[in-house]
Design a protein around this ligand. Structure first.
Ligand code: PBG
Length: 321
């Protein structure tokens, strides 16, 4: 007890503080999201107005930029596509020559990055929802076939990991089955098991042009007030064979992240989403807060149990603009 025990004693020396810091963050903890747009011209990436410092790239530019990040220590990227053609069933999402399939092939040829493909339909549907619509409702079981097709087309292109973000029931089992049937037994699935219907995605929907044309995503993504339901979602995905869990968003859901890590001990990834990036970036730009907040956010996310963080801040961490 005080005065014998003094908690400040171990904080009084910077070297001791460093020795016993419980949480470390390294560039190898990060996965960088890349937006690839079919109509983008080489050499002129389009800055995303709601995400300053983030761009929509052509395939060549995306691969070149990813290579630069890799040279500075980045290990992994996750890909999002913005196709020219959108229709009711997201045909271009599983096109063997689609924008993501082309990018996967080139990244695999030109880099050693671990390439994750986000599997979803919302960027490819004309209605902006993550599945097949009938009677104004996203049809679960029908959507599974399409998701499986997208996952297999990514695997055909050589993707390292597929990451379904649609929140349909049973999609991990369906995708696992489709991959295995096509001999991709060693292609892992990282499922967005706990994905909330969050306002933090607003800048992404602008970036990916995927705002739903009617309604919202609350009939498939989770209510921000629900905690127990997240555990059940993860339990099902683990049972269906997911290899890692993605929790999304990150900073406002650290309680969920910690519980998931404690309960399942699975490889766990937190997605620091577009709104989190834009909020911190705006604060720094305005001078209300400093860049240190960016680092504190990573430390907090790792402390809460994340093994990896998907974050738009990667170029900034590496000093590459
Ligand atoms: C697609 C998807 C979304 C994000 C990743 N995959 C958006 C959504 O559900 O509307 C959000 C990423 C971000 O905000 O950074 N289903």
């Amino acid at each position: 007890m005080f005065p014998v025990t003094r908690m400040r004693r171990m904080r009084s020396d910077e070297r001791l503080r460093e020795m016993f810091c419980e949480t470390s963050v390294d560039i190898s903890d990060f996965i960088y999201p890349l937006y690839i747009k079919e109509s983008a011209e080489d050499g002129t990436p389009e800055e995303i107005s709601t995400m300053p410092g983030q761009y929509r790239y052509s395939v060549n530019d995306a691969v070149e930029f990813a290579g630069l990040l890799e040279d500075s220590g980045l290990k992994s990227v996750i890909l999002f596509g913005i196709p020219d053609h959108k229709d009711a069933v997201a045909s271009s999402a599983h096109d063997p020559n689609g924008i993501i399939q082309q990018t996967i092939r080139q990244l695999k040829e030109q880099t050693d990055l671990v390439v994750l493909g986000d599997v979803c339909m919302c960027e490819y549907t004309d209605h902006g929802h993550c599945g097949i619509i009938r009677d104004n409702y996203v049809q679960n079981d029908e959507t599974l076939d399409y998701l499986s097709r997208i996952a297999v087309s990514y695997a055909d292109a050589g993707v390292d990991v597929v990451a379904p973000s649609d929140m349909m029931d049973g999609r991990v089992a369906a995708i696992r089955d489709a991959l295995d049937t096509n001999d991709y037994i060693n292609t892992p699935i990282f499922s967005y098991a706990a994905k909330y219907a969050s306002t933090f995605y607003a800048p992404f929907r602008d970036a990916a042009d995927s705002t739903p044309s009617f309604g919202d995503r609350k009939s498939y993504q989770m209510d921000p007030g629900n905690f127990n339901e997240a555990i059940r979602e993860v339990e099902l995905d683990v049972y269906e064979g997911t290899d890692a869990i993605i929790v999304k968003p990150a900073l406002a859901y650290l309680d969920v992240l910690r519980e998931i890590k404690n309960t399942f001990k699975m490889p766990t990834v937190a997605y620091q989403v577009s709104g989190e990036y834009s909020m911190i970036t705006a604060g720094i730009e305005k001078g209300y807060i400093t860049e240190d907040l960016m680092y504190e956010s990573f430390t907090s996310i790792k402390r809460a149990g994340a093994d990896m963080i998907i974050s738009y801040f990667v170029p900034q961490i590496l000093g590459i603009e």
